[in-house]
Every structure is written in C-alpha cells, then in structure tokens.
Design a protein around this ligand. Structure first.
Ligand code: NA7
Length: 541
C-alpha cells in the first residue's frame, strides 16, 4: 500500500456496464474488498448508456441477455419484449445497481486518461481526465468491446451546416427527423436497426451502403404472460444451455450438415428458422460456419428472400450480399429492413461503386453525385475490442506501453491478461470469446474467474500475478487456429479482424473455439495452479 492511502483501493474497475457492475458486486460483497468503479458516463449502462439511436435494441433475446447469478433478480425482473429495447436494458441495469447497492462505489463522469504500473509498490496508478491520481492493487478493465466509436475521417465534416451524430454517441434528448433529409452511412446491425425507424419519420432517407449485408428478421414481439411463465419455469434449463453452448445462446443446433439433407428438407428448415426469426437461424445446421458449401445454401436462401422482399430489382441486386459468407461478419437481425427500400422516401446509394469523397456544407458528395442532407447519421461501427483499451495510455512494467506492444495486433493470455501488465485483468478482452457470444455469458464467466483468482491470491498471501509473452503468443496461435477452423476469416471487411478501421493491424481478435470450450480451458488453468500465470508475494505490496 502506498504511503498516501487517500486514493488507494484494493481494486479499480473501469466501466459500469454489465461487466463492471457484476465485478464490483463480486469483489466487494463476496471478497470484502474496497473497490472503486470509474465510469465516463453519468450513469450505469455501458454500451446501453451510449447507444440510444432509433431502433436500438439487443439482438440476443431479453430473458437470456441478462445476469444469471441471482435467482431472486431473475424472478423479480419481467422483460416485456422478445428483444429488449435500449431503454429497457438501462432500466434493468439501474435496477441491478440499486438492488445490490452498487452506486455508492461508482464514480460517474470520470474518464481514465492513463494507467501506469508501479513495480516498486506493486500497484497501479490511474490518472483521470480531470487530472486526479488514484491507486489500486488490481486494475480491471470493464470497458466493453464496442465502445470506441468509429467516425470515418471524411473531409469537410467540420463545415457541415446540418447535424451529424454517431449512433454510439447518440444525444440523450433524441433527434427529431420530422421533415428532414437524412443520410445514414453504414449497414451493419446498427444501420439496419435504425433505417426503418428513421425512414418512418424523415422526409427522406438516403442509405449509403458500402457492403451489402445479410440479415434475418428478428420477429420481435411482446412477451405474453404465457411465454413469460414458460420462461420462468424453464429458467434453469435455459441458463444451463447458454453456458454449455458454443456461443452463449440457448439454441438447439440441428446436428446435421446442410449437405446431408435433401434440398427440400434444407429449405423447409431455413423457412422455419426464417419464420421463427433471430440469431438462431445459424443453428439450422451444424456446419454453417465451418463448411463453405454448406454455408452457400444458407447464404443463397437469404439472397432469395431479399430479392423476394425488395420490389425494385436493381435495388434488390444492390442489397444482395455476395462478397462474404453468411455470418462470417456479425449477422444482424432486423425489423423490416429490406422492406424499408420499398418506401418512396428511401434511396439506396452504393458507396463502394462511387465512394464518399467529402461532406459539403449541405450534404454528402460521392464520386458520382451530391446528396443534400439536413442530418447525417454515422452507423459506422466501432474500433472494436482493442479500441477501448488503447484509448487509454496504459504503461506496464519497465515502461512498456500497450499502444506500442499491440501495434501489430493484440497479445493476451486467454484474453484475460496482457504480458508486461501485472495485476491487470481485461474483462472480455481480445483473445476471449467476447463478441462471438451472448455477452452476459462471457462477462459472467470472466468476472467469476477473476474473482476466484483474486480470492485465491488473498488466501495464499499473494499480491502479484502476471503472465508471460510466451504464454500470450501460444494463446494467440490458438486464437488464430480457432478462427481458421471456421469461415470467419473469409469476410475481408469484418471488424472481428480489425479491417473496418483504416490503419488497424489485421488480426482475428475474438476466440472462435466456442464459449463452453473456452470456459473449460480457463477452469483447467485455475485448477492447475493458474498455469501460465506467475503468482507471488513481493515486497512493497
Ligand atoms: P458494423 O457492424 O461495424 O457496421 C458498420 C457499417 O458501417 C458497415 O456497413 C460498414 O461497411 C460501414 N462503414 C464503416 N465505415 C464506413 C465508411 N467510411 N464509409 C462507408 N461505410 C462505412 O457496426 P454496427 O454498429 O452496425 O454493429 C456493431 C455491433 O454492435 C453489432 O455487431 C452488434 O454487436 C452491436 P463495411 O461493411 O465495413 O464495408
């Protein structure tokens, strides 16, 4: 402990979203540690604090996009829709914060600028943007995977006379599109959710598409009393399925190849999955993400659906994806996305064919035309996984800097710890399944593992834990191999690869070997005396 104890904490957690809240609850209420959470936003919520754009809702289903650690919480919280809207998720996290009395250990409106490891004193020094210094034994990043907004550097944006917003930094007071000419850039999950809602309000919506994307209808609906009663009755089984599955969803994967059934049976299965809606479409067969020929059948089914929905054949052709297999990029689910292009107030512009060149005072100019706009919406995604960590200036042992160490791509052991950065844990960090799963499952697994690890250290009288470069490199090879056993690397412009941010090193970042398998590896590492980590007691701590 430092001589000046005023700002010392056993642990500092950065971020008060799903992961930070639960990590705080565990470290404080299970281990009795003195914990501080620092959060840039003015309230809890993490990604849901910032993502308030029209149509924003989760595409994992509400009743399992939630914590499983408290049965009482599970019983008392009633989700109202199949997919929770952003406001409902915030209300849920508000409730969690109040119910477990978490707010008293959270400091809002506090953004971390830098963190520096003090080897002599075995502690982390955290510097906030306000210039304050805090110290702690354990530093835990709960910064989310998709929180560093990617606003493309388009010349002229500063001179735009209208409003512009990135969806991940949406104004809390909302944006009124009534009577406005709106330009929407980006057709990932976010753009696909936002387009139908904006089109219903705006005078005109122009969608600027760079890559045509697959999407499955969400079939969102209110959760009826009967549906809710059934969920409550089966909650244990649902939760068990989420933690034993490969991606944290309780889907029943049909255990056959798409190529081992007749074309009629295959289409009938796809039709049923399309009618049921949601990410479960991927579970129609067991090899859609492993075998290109199998995947082609699903990709082609979705292409046919797009052509059937969109009335103008030219627009349908532009909306039909052809350069990557279905689900090799994050597969969106939507409500009336393709139908939106049948509206008379919606135009689709292909900005791969004619790239955006500049923002003018009154709109956007591509190499082919100029579009007059009152509002520009950037649904252009995030500097995913590494972005939120590298936004802070993190300095480890012997002056090493995370920005330098990760210049060629992230290096981490299990996505939990970076070599050279002792006592720092990264919840859902690069190298862990993170974004390839239903996030709360990944978050609960990581936070519980970290809690057990710290409990073990305290019990043994240890004050320092670190991993080595050799371990991180060996794990990196596993991450790479797991990705290459799937079709995921076939999507050239995927943010899983870092390809969406100019200049970002290309490396497949999440672990694609499956959530349940990964959790098993982490459990074995812990049982095997924290294999790959060095734990000890050093003077000064
Ligand atoms: P995504 O999935 O990264 O989508 C971003 C979209 O923006 C995508 O269509 C991009 O095209 C497009 N984009 C990005 N930069 C540009 C520029 N400079 N010009 C034109 N178009 C551009 O982000 P989302 O927010 O939709 O989804 C992120 C996750 O949040 C989602 O998966 C859920 O987990 C929640 P591209 O495909 O790169 O050609």
């Amino acid at each position: 402990m430092p001589a000046d104890k005023t700002n010392f904490h056993d642990a500092i957690i950065i971020g008060a979203g799903f992961s930070g809240l639960y990590q705080l609850h565990q470290l404080r209420d299970q281990l009795g540690l003195e914990v501080l959470v620092v959060e840039a936003g003015q309230d809890v919520g993490g990604t849901w604090y910032w993502n308030r754009y029209p149509g924003a809702r989760c595409d994992s289903e509400s009743y399992y996009y939630s914590y499983s650690f408290s049965k009482a919480l599970q019983r008392e919280w009633r989700w109202t829709e199949r997919y929770a809207e952003h406001g409902e998720i915030r209300r849920y996290l508000d409730h969690v914060a109040d119910r477990f009395d978490l707010r008293r250990n959270i400091r809002f409106g506090t953004r971390v600028r830098a963190a520096r490891w003090d080897d002599g004193n075995t502690l982390w020094e955290i510097e906030t943007e306000a210039g304050e210094t805090l110290t702690c034994r354990f530093l835990i990043t709960a910064v989310g995977c998709l929180s560093a907004a990617n606003v493309p550097d388009i010349p002229g944006l500063g001179g735009f006379s209208g409003q512009w917003h990135h969806t991940g930094r949406w104004p809390h007071e909302g944006v009124d599109f009534t009577g406005k000419r709106v330009g929407l850039i980006g057709t990932g999950s976010t753009g696909m959710q936002a387009a139908p809602v904006i089109a219903a309000q705006a005078a005109h919506l122009t969608v600027f598409q760079r890559t045509a994307n697959y999407s499955i209808p969400s079939r969102n609906r209110p959760l009826s009393a009967e549906a809710w009663a059934e969920i409550q009755e089966n909650y244990d089984a649902i939760r068990t399925k989420t933690i034993t599955s490969s991606n944290g969803h309780p889907f029943e994967v049909f255990d056959k190849s798409a190529l081992d059934v007749s074309p009629e049976e295959r289409d009938a299965r796809y039709e049923r999955a399309w009618a049921e809606g949601g990410l479960g479409f991927r579970a129609s067969f067991n090899d859609l993400l492993k075998n290109k020929a199998a995947n082609d059948t699903a990709s082609e089914f979705i292409r046919r659906k797009i052509r059937a929905i969109v009335k103008d054949p030219e627009v349908a052709a532009m909306l039909t994806p052809s350069d990557h297999p279905f689900a090799s990029k994050r597969p969106p689910v939507d409500t009336d996305y393709f139908e939106t292009f049948n509206r008379s107030n919606v135009t689709l512009v292909d900005v791969k064919a004619a790239p955006i060149q500049e923002v003018t005072a009154h709109g956007l100019r591509t190499s082919a035309a100029e579009y007059e706009l009152d509002i520009i919406v950037f649904a252009t995604g995030f500097d995913a996984l590494t972005g939120p960590l590298l936004a802070m200036d993190i300095a480890g042992q012997n002056g090493c800097r995370l920005r330098k160490d990760w210049a060629g791509g992230p290096r981490s052991y299990l996505g939990l710890q970076v070599p050279g950065y002792p006592n720092m844990f990264t919840i859902t960090g690069p190298g862990s399944p993170s974004v390839l799963t239903n996030m709360p499952v990944a978050i609960e697994q990581h936070t519980q593992w970290i809690t057990a690890c710290i409990a073990h250290m305290l019990a043994q009288g240890f004050n320092r834990i670190e991993t080595s470069l050799a371990e991180a490199e060996a794990w990196g090879a596993e991450v790479n191999a797991a990705a290459h056993a799937t079709l995921l690397p076939l999507a050239n412009s995927s943010w899983y690869l870092g390809a969406n941010v100019p200049g970002k090193p290309r490396a497949f970042m999440p672990y694609a070997g499956g959530m349940a398998h990964y959790a098993q590896i982490c459990a074995e590492v812990a049982q095997d005396n924290y294999r790959g980590f060095t734990l000890g007691r050093v003077p000064g701590g």
